[in-house]
Design a binder for this molecule. Sequence first.
Ligand code: PLP
Length: 367
Amino acid sequence: MNIPFVDLKAEYEALRAELDTAVSQAIASGWYILGEEVSAFEAEFASYIGIEHAVGVASGTDAILLGLRALGVGPGDEVITVAHTAVATIAAIELAGATPVFVDIEPDTYTLDPALLAAAITPRSKAIIPVHLYGHPADLDPILALARQHKLYVLEDCAQAHGTRYHGKIVGSFGDAAAFSFYPTKNLGALGDGGAVVTRHDEVAERLLALRQYGWKQRYISETTGYNSRLDELQAALLRVKLAYLDGMNAARRRLANQYAQALAALPLTLPAERPFARHVYHLYVIQTEQRDALRTHLQAQGIGTAIHYPQPVHHQPAYDHLGYGANSLPITENCAARILSLPMYPTMPEAHVAQVANAIKAFYNG
Ligand SMILES: *Cc1c(COP(=O)(O)O)cnc(C)c1O
């Protein structure tokens, strides 16, 4: 058996003719940076999210960094977020010059626990970054209410949540800004790096346009210190093709998740939750078990790929020692890190593979 954790080649093959045509046209255009493909993708992506502006940037990390800077977050400011996330969320906060402040997560959704948020707010708090992890939305209503009350910005980290919905409305449209990654494995993935920031505020969008290109408002005149962080034409051309299939691909992920849920229901495992307010897009299918490492080894021996997102929470990674979070500072996060396992999940995954993975897991528990 050889069941990969993710199969990017299969995703490419499914759309090969259209993707190849899009790339050939972009190459033949003779214009490679900030041209018609990027503008068209930005308009189409903004329309998909149902928001005024989308600004293409070089990665999801940059989308968070530029988003924070466009909101005016910088040195001396605290940004409240979670440690149970991709390290990129935290790296971007520090790149902006701000200090990350962690709150724990809800054990069933793996997202920021709104009940713990008020205690983390200080006079230096400037923004909150809820992360819609694995494709499930954070519980935004209480987060937005506290943000309004304390005059804090909300920047949604939507890197794992293209098409996720909260109370029926698509995420990315709730905060002051939202960051998306188009890293190849994401639900909307380029064939290289890419990202976007979306916002409903005109002045934030204007700042983003300057920040992604050296702080220019006018060519060659930097109004502010900026970056070189542009989505390129080739990636934009590919993303335009793939955006049209995103809802269908998310529906396929949901069907596979449903198949997993039925097949694994009787086992001593914690399966992904989907709260009544949520429409999950299963960027990852994450289960929890006390026997995580043994189960992983068992699956590995049968040729089944798995992964752990993430094995060491950010607050305990060596680079973030300086933030000063000791053992048991975020108990739910720490408990999850030792128990979570991501099973194979990608939109073109054959249903037969889901059945085989489920059978291998059953064999592990039932002998
Ligand atoms: C992937 C990811 C990012 C960073 O995106 P890159 O495009 O890899 O820079 C940020 N936050 C989360 C939650 C992610 O999963």
